[in-house]
Structures are given as C-alpha cells and as structure tokens.
Design a protein around this ligand. Sequence first.
Ligand code: ZN
Length: 495
Amino acid sequence: MQQDLRVYNTKTRKKEVFNPITEGKVGMYVCGPTVYGDAHLGHARPAITFDILYRYFKYLKFDVCYVRNITDVGHLVGDADEGEDKIAKKAREEKIDPFEIAKQYTERYHRDIYALNVLPPDVEPRATQHIQEQIEATQQMIDNGFAYEVNGSVYFDLEKYNEKYNYGELSGRILDEMQNNTRELDGQSDKKNPLDFALWKFAEPEHLMKWDSPWGIGYPGWHLECTAMSTKYLGKHFDIHGGGLDLMFPHHECEIAQGNACNHEEPANYWMHNNMITINGQKMGKSLGNFITLEEIYNGDHKLLENKYSPMTVRFFILQAQYRSTLDFSNDALGAAKKGFNKLMNALRALEGFEYIHNGEETNEKQEKVIDSAVNGCLRAMNDDMNTAVVISHLFKLTKIINQINMNTLPIGALSAEKFELMKTTFITFTKDILGLKDEMPTDLLPSIYNALERYKTAKEVKDYDSVDAIRAELKEISIVVKDMKHKIDWAYEE
Ligand code: ZN
C-alpha cells in the first residue's frame, strides 16, 4: 500500500509516487503560525491538511516524525526585511512583554486548532528557543561564501548563490526578472542586491526581542528559523516540507537557498502546499472586514456569520475540498457542511450499534459490489494526493447502505459477515482515524435525549399527540430529530 501513495510536489509541478528517504520512515516539517493574533481559517487549513497527511502516514504504518514550528520572533510586518516585528508590534499596542504575547497566542492557537481534532505534532519547536542554532547556520553561510555582514546585519548573497544554484526554482520565478521589478527602498541600502534577504538583523536600542551574536545585538530573519529547526529535528535532508501556498515565496524559496548554502543540499524532497480560503469570494484581510477568527466561527460572533459553526463542521467543510483547490467560505457552504457532517455521524452511530446476524438471507450482490467499490475508492482517493473530497463521496455511498440496514429495508444478513466487517472497518477507520472527524455530542446531553424519547413513546402509546409534537419540537431546538420507524424509535442529528 505504501508505494501507492502519490503526492503533488510543488517543486516538480507534478504528482509523484512517495518514496521515503529511509524505508518505512517519514520526516515532515510544516511551517506553523506566527503567534501575534488569534487563529483564523487561514491557520485551520494547513493544520488540517497536514494532520490528514500525518494521520494517513500512521495508517500506512510509517514511522513518522512531524515537526510544526511556532514563529515567535523575526516575522516582520511587511513579510520581508522591513518594518516592526509582528509580535513586538502587538506587544507595544497591548503594553505587554512580547514573550508574554507569544505565550498567550500560542495557548490560544492550541485551544482553537486542537478543537478541530488536529493531532499535536511530534515536535513543536519555537524560534526563540533556537537562537544559537540560527546563529550557527548564519555563520555557516558566511563561511561557505553565501552571506555577508554589514553594520551588524547579515544578508544572504543571492548573486553568489546564483553562480552555483538557481534561486526561484520552487516558485518558478527568475532572479533577473525579480530584480527588474524591485525598487530600491529606503533602509535597504546595506544590501548588495535589493533582493538579498536578512539572516540576522541589527537591533536598534528600542527593539524588544534581541540577542547577542558574533555580529552584535540583533535578531534572526524570519526564514532562518525553519532551516535551523528542520535541520536540528529532521536532518539536513528530509522527506516532506509543507505549508500554505502563501509561504511558497519568499519563505520556502529562501529555505531552499539557505539549505543549499548551509548544507550543500536542499532541505526536502517533496514540497506540499495547501491552497487558500476565500470568504464570500474575497481574499481574507483585516482591511476588508472579513477577517474571521476560529473562535468567532465557533461562537457565531461576527457580522458575516448567520450561525455559529462547530469545530467539526469547519473540519468537514475544509475536507470537502482537495487541499490544492481553492475553498470559499460562506454561510451556505458551512450550512451544507453541517448537514453532511451530521449525515456521517448518524451513519457512524448506527453502524457502531449494529450487531451482525445471519438468518439465511440471500446475499445482495449488488450492495456487496457497492461496498467493494467504495472501500477501494477511499484508498485510491487518499493515495491520489489526499483527495479527501472523493473519500467523503465514497463514505456517503456506504452511508446509504448503513441507513438501509438501520431502516430495516436491507437485512444485515444480506451482506456476508466478511463484507459487513469490511464496510464497518473502512467506514470507522476513514471517518475517525484518517479524516479525524468525531461526534461532538456533549455526554451530559445524551441522558436528556433518551429521557425525551421515553416520554415520546409513552405519549404515542396513549395517543397524546400534542405531547408527541411538543417533544419533537423540544428536540428540534437542539437540532435532534425523532426517527419514528416501524421497528424502533430512535434519535438522529438533523441533516
Ligand atoms: Zn517556515
């Protein structure tokens, strides 16, 4: 099974069979958040995308090491070498120590991302805890002739680099063209070439986060931390490097350059990027007023939201698209995702409650074929560059069969024990373990639902139809419907 997995490699621009460097092992590094504000949809997508990949590697029995960093220094407001540090800016605005800002927003990031049932990575290194490694990497690049020091700052020398390597190969940009399109900005005059990027920046006295270095007091450039930390935890050359498409240039391009400049080899074999989320067809941005945090989505607390949406609804919504396609957030799309998620959860609950019995029924070959095709379809879709959208469509095919069994229109014995078990294992494994979806019913709510169902049964027996209607309405308030079937009365999530 392992050799069947194909992933899209941004660098070669094609789907490739995944071949690990070491048999049975995978090292993957994903760029995590810069912790100066609350997590939003733009954080949820990479967190979920690479969580799916991590989960799938585990399912395929790979020994996987997943590293996802926390950027707590060096990411400047302009995403380049100018402007204030994003965290320091927030610290100044909120009059709190920048380290405290980073701590607070890391905690909030964990709270909002783990609500999405994202597994914690194996290592979660922070940039401020790897200053020494970043200084050493900078020194290495100077020693190798790819970096130079000016006035206490160290810059990457792109012209030198391009004599031997090819800057821009990941994003398909050409250095000469980029140079023609770059204006010389004030404050960049230290650089030999305006496109040279900072490895280490001299810190003005008022700068809040700074460390001693061979070049004086300063702080690391944003791109450097990922080189230092991926090398430390995964080695100079590892399998997969991932992140959002917005990080491909310049961040990942610079990481490739730094890898070559430090270690004479590129950091990763496969570069994987998730596409962006738009909101009602627009790019998300603070100035557009459509910037919605995950906390606001969970609480329904934003003017663009007609409802609150649970973490699993958000997760399901994201999984409904293959990670490389764009995804548009709207109330309609989230409403549809909620229904789809509920449909899966109803089937999951029914399936987990089934007991297989065979009473001499004839085998329903047509349904058995549907099961075989859906099971193979799930695996094929995951192997085809993690197409979770197609996985979900196959799970819905199984949902139909599960519902027929639940409604008593298909006897469970019309499936062989073996086929039933295959369907059950596949459905549960893909839904829970690989897609990472889970039932969100609070446990303290269940007793009151069963209590309402008991009252419903009694009211129905004595033909008290006013009460029957009242109980239905009472449950509908919490999006639960009564399933009044010939052979049993049960509850289900509203679909
Ligand atoms: Zn990074």
